[in-house]
Structure formats: C-alpha cells, structure tokens
Design a protein around this ligand. Structure first.
Ligand SMILES: [Zn+2]
Length: 374
C-alpha cells in the first residue's frame, strides 16, 4: 500500500498531494527539506523499507517478506523472483541504493562473508589460496582478539591488509552490525539516502558527473526541454547508476547478469539501452545521428550520449533522452509485468510524451497567468 502511494510511473504524480510535495521539495533555506526530485525521493522512501528488512528482523513486516522472498538469506542477497508483487519489485528497485550505503561493523565477525558482504571499501578478490576462508572471524586471532596479520598477508593485497587492520576489534560477545555508511551514527536516514542518490550511486558516478571536460554536457542535459523523469533516467544511465542485472551482480547481488530480453548478452547499461535487439529496433525508428552511431556492446553509453549531445540539432538530444527512458521502461515492464511492448509502441510512447510535455510548457508560457475578464 505504501509503495502504491509513493511509487509508480503514472500514479505517483497524481497521488501525491502537490502542496505537500512543494514543501518537501523547497530548498532548505526556504523552509523545505530540499527534496527536488520526486523520482529519487520515491526511491529513498523505498530504500527505507529495505533498510527495515535488514535491521528489524523482529518486525512483522520483516517476517512476512522474508518468508516469501528471501527465506534462505538476507535482504542483501534477495532477488526479484519470478512473480514479484508490486511492492516487492518497488523495494527491489531501491536495493542498489541500500547496497551502496551498507557497511558491516565487525563485531565477532561470524556473520560477515569475507568475499560478498560489504565490510571493506571494496570487496577483496578470491584467489586460489583462499579456499576454506569464508567468514571474517576466521581472520581474527581468538586468543588475542586481534587480526591474524600473518594470515591476512597471505590472503590479501597490501592495500586490503591495511584496510582490514584499521578496523578496531571488540570483544567476541559483540555482534556484527549493519550500518549506513553515509551517516556517522550508522543509522539510515531518508535525507542522507536522497543526497547519496542525487549525488550518484557510486563515487565513480559523482566523479564522472563532475569532470571538467563534460560540464557543458551535464548543463545541456539539465536544461533539456523534456520531462524531468527522462532527464533523471538519462543521468543515471550516463553515471552507470541504473540497476541493470550486471550492475547488481557487481554490487554483490547473487543474480544471473544475463539480459532477460534477449537471454544472450550480459545486461549492462549499454546493452539494454543500446545494443539489445529490442533497443536496436527502437533506435532504428529514430532519425538523425542516433541512427548512424556504432551498434556495439563495447561502446560506453555516456560516450554515445555525449557524441549525440554535440550534435547541432537540439531535437536529437531530446529524442535521445525520451527514447532512453522509454526503452528502460519497456525493459521494466517486461521484467516486472511480463509484458513486452512492440518497438513501434515504445517509440510512440516516447514521442507522445515529448510532444505533450512541450505543448504544455509552450501553452503555459503563452497563456496569461490570470484569466482575463471583460
Ligand atoms: Zn538483451
């Protein structure tokens, strides 16, 4: 129910009380909370539900979802499953954001998997000599309650060793604890998650978003006369922060990275939005530069977008943005609802969306703000 209220491509704008949204979205100095982007705000609210699924195992909410969707492991490794409910697929959409912010605080180390759980800035790589080592407690000298330095040096790189030894160990009675790394106290807050999301899901995203040489491109993107949700989607695609199957796997989610649409290639951002047969069929309907760019899995989606953005025709980038949004939506529709739209239909959805948006903004500019009376 909560999700139905906050989430949904069509429903949400209608259902949210606009005045309330206005207060939430106003900048902090103007008395709002600074939530400017509705889509990101939705995701952070869903992330909060996901956080509960990780940290409140005694709640009824947890027990219901655990039994149904992740009976054998934790929410960290939960998968969408074949018949997800609307609520569950919504929460799963926020899973990458949660995974990105999670950090285990080492207690006795018994519940933390060395290779797949987030307890270091990046997960160490398994090597041939690491067989038999699974949980963090195996790296701790039980008599001295200190890291087994000799063992660490055998299993990890120098960098990993220095990261591990910088973790202070407590008594064996202290349980491992999941914390939210964006807040010093370690407790999830909607505001910190929102900031993180709008900053980019990873520091890479933030870096690439700020790079000096592409500043013109980001400026151009945010100024586009297309619906905000489309700009935001394109931004996420260009900063590799979309929850593609390959992206989820890299974040430690146990998931087959293969594209569900073609069943052949790994579902990377470039694949699903550009190179997958469904995307190809949609792009074939587009005019201009988009049609002439290389069809390859190896291209970087951001580079393709930048190439397109340098085109002299502003209409092309508008079309690119709405089509990207429509393709991603068609992908979600297929995965979450089992319905596959025809490429012409996807193309049409994007075109209509763009036309309607531009007509409305044009009309609001022409019409006087107060009705004339005679
Ligand atoms: Zn595919």
């Amino acid at each position: 129910m909560v999700a139905k209220f906050w989430w949904g491509q069509k429903g949400v704008e209608r259902k949210i009380h606009w005045k309330k949204w206005d207060t939430l979205s106003r900048a902090k100095q103007d008395g709002g909370l600074g939530f400017r982007d509705l889509h990101s705000f939705n995701i952070t609210l869903l992330a909060k539900q996901g956080w509960h699924l990780l940290t409140q195992p005694q709640s009824l909410f947890y027990r219901v979802f655990k039994e149904k969707y992740f009976p054998h492991h934790s929410f960290i490794h939960a998968q969408l499953g074949s018949h997800p409910s609307f609520f569950w697929s919504s929460v799963m959409a926020a899973q990458p954001l949660i995974l990105d912010g999670l950090r285990w605080k080492v207690g006795n180390g018994r519940t933390i998997n060395i290779w797949t759980d987030p307890w270091l800035p990046t997960n160490p790589i398994r090597r041939a000599n690491t067989v038999g080592f699974d949980t963090v407690d195996q790296l701790i000298d039980p008599d001295f309650r200190s890291w087994n330095l000799q063992l660490l040096e055998q299993l990890f790189t120098d960098r990993e060793v220095s990261q591990i030894v910088s973790i202070t160990l407590g008594t064996t009675s202290r349980l491992d604890q999941l914390t939210w790394r964006h807040i010093e106290k370690g407790e999830f807050t909607v505001q910190s998650a929102y900031l993180q999301l709008t900053k980019g899901l990873s520091s890479n995203a933030a870096e690439s978003s700020n790079a000096e040489q592409t500043k013109w491109f980001w400026k151009k993107l945010w100024r586009l006369k297309v619906p905000t949700k489309c700009k935001h989607l394109l931004w996420r695609a260009c900063t590799v922060s979309l929850p593609t199957r390959s992206g989820l796997q890299r974040r430690g989610v146990h998931i087959d990275p293969k594209c569900l649409l073609c069943g052949y290639h790994e579902e990377t951002t470039t694949h699903i939005l550009w190179a997958c047969p469904l995307a190809r069929n949609v792009w074939a309907l587009a005019k201009g530069k988009a049609n002439k760019m290389p069809n390859t899995e190896e291209a970087d989606f951001r580079d393709l977008t930048i190439a397109l953005a340098s085109s002299k025709h502003p209409k092309e980038l508008e079309q690119w943005t709405t089509l990207t949004w429509a393709i991603w939506n068609a992908r979600n529709k297929f995965i979450f609802e089992g319905h596959q739209d025809h490429p012409t239909q996807i193309f049409q959805t994007a075109s209509t969306l763009l036309q309607d948006y531009q007509q409305i903004t044009l009309r609001s500019r022409i019409q006087p703000t107060t009705p004339e009376s005679h």
